[in-house]
Design a protein around this ligand. Structure first.
Ligand code: NDP
Length: 338
């Protein structure tokens, strides 16, 4: 039973093979292992997300999400298929979604946090860790709750080609907004143009402040990065700008946080900022999300890039790539095809 374990708290960027390690020391007999009233899952796809870096810290530190435990498997959102079950309501052949341990086969004692996916739209299983899962939910719920979007307004989305950002871009376009989108490679810019961004630029080769001054003013900012980009947005903000503070990936791997220098403009421009964590808002929009987004994916109205790596031994590499920005789209570990 291959597993991927948390091995060492990193300083700066996580190092594959050091911060986390692949382990094959445990074997499970799939036919005989006692279920003790639970069920046995074969894992198909696991999500690699930026917030996993935040979980690589001492266990006695409190935050919105608990820390990983040293020596134990990592865990995150994933999809699996049930091989055997002794639990009412879950049967062999069911596909399940939830926080799954990073193991090839999981002995799940109960169904806490696990749900059955019906997949009536017949979209790929891995979509359920991307646009049809937590990242897509992030885009959907916070846009609904905070954007107050009106047709004709201008939104700027940073990290726009990623799992969250690309869904935001497509929702905003479907509501008639002008979308300015930034990302860190030419390939990502090409994709952003394909999904309808009106202005797409590589922030590594083009000055964000200059683009926003020309294409703004900005009515809504979807902030995935924090730092200097946020400062540039405030300079280019329209009065009553709504900032949706989704993430701050520019600061995840450094203790050297950027200090916003134009704080004085926050009251002048009547800035409002809403920070959020997806799980707080999900209950309110959950039904609407599942009635809307999988259908849009099936009909090609929501497109996404997927960065697939095959095998649990690739987890460390995938985590590093997401943190350093070299992933191209939603980072997924494919553990098994079916
Ligand atoms: P992505 O799939 O977009 O992957 C991360 C991307 O971040 C990289 O590909 C890179 O894209 C970008 N990046 C990395 N380092 C930097 C940097 N120093 N400066 C700017 N950009 C960088 O990730 P997600 O779509 O899954 O997540 C996007 C954001 O949303 C993250 O900040 C994440 O923490 C946040 N989030 C928040 C949630 C919430 O509940 N509030 C829930 C889920 C996600 P590029 O090439 O464009 O630089």
């Amino acid at each position: 039973n291959g597993r991927h374990l948390f091995n060492e708290i990193p300083e700066g960027f996580p190092t594959p093979g050091k911060t986390t390690i692949y382990d094959e020391s445990q074997t499970i007999s799939l036919e005989d292992v006692p279920l003790n009233g639970g069920f046995l899952i074969k894992v198909l796809a696991l999500s690699i997300d930026p917030y996993m870096r935040h979980k690589m810290r001492a266990t006695n530190t409190k935050s919105f999400t608990p820390a990983f435990e040293l020596g134990k498997p990592l865990y995150n959102h994933g999809v699996g298929v049930v091989l055997r079950s002794e639990l009412d309501g879950i049967k062999a052949g069911d596909h399940v979604y939830g926080l799954l341990s990073f193991e090839q086969y999981i002995l799940q004692p109960n169904a806490d946090g696990i749900e059955i996916i019906k997949n009536d739209e017949n979209i790929s299983w891995s979509s359920y860790v991307g646009a049809a899962g937590m990242p897509g939910q992030t885009a959907f719920v916070a846009w609904k709750e905070f954007s107050k979007a009106k047709k004709g307004e201008t939104v700027f989305v940073s990290t726009a080609a990623g799992a969250v950002g690309s869904v935001v871009v497509q929702i905003a376009k479907s509501q008639g907004l002008k979308v300015i989108a930034s990302a860190g490679s030419e390939e990502k810019i090409k994709f952003l143009k394909e999904i309808g961004a009106d202005v797409a630029f590589n922030y590594k080769t083009t000055d964000t402040a200059e683009v926003l001054a020309k294409e703004g003013p900005i009515d809504i900012y979807w902030d995935n990065v924090g730092g200097k980009t946020l400062e540039d947005v405030i300079d280019a903000a329209n009065d009553y700008i709504r900032i949706i503070a989704c993430g701050a990936i520019s600061s995840y791997n450094t203790t050297d946080n950027y200090g916003i220098k134009n704080w004085g403009l926050f009251f002048v421009k009547r800035v409002s900022i809403n920070g959020f964590v997806v799980f707080d808002l999900l209950p309110k929009y959950r039904e609407e999300f599942f009635n809307t987004i999988p259908k849009m994916i099936a009909q090609g109205e929501i497109k996404f890039l997927e960065d697939r790596k095959v095998g649990l031994d690739k987890v460390g590499e995938a985590i590093y790539e997401v943190q350093s920005g070299t992933n191209h789209g939603k980072s997924v570990i494919i553990v098994a095809d079916s």
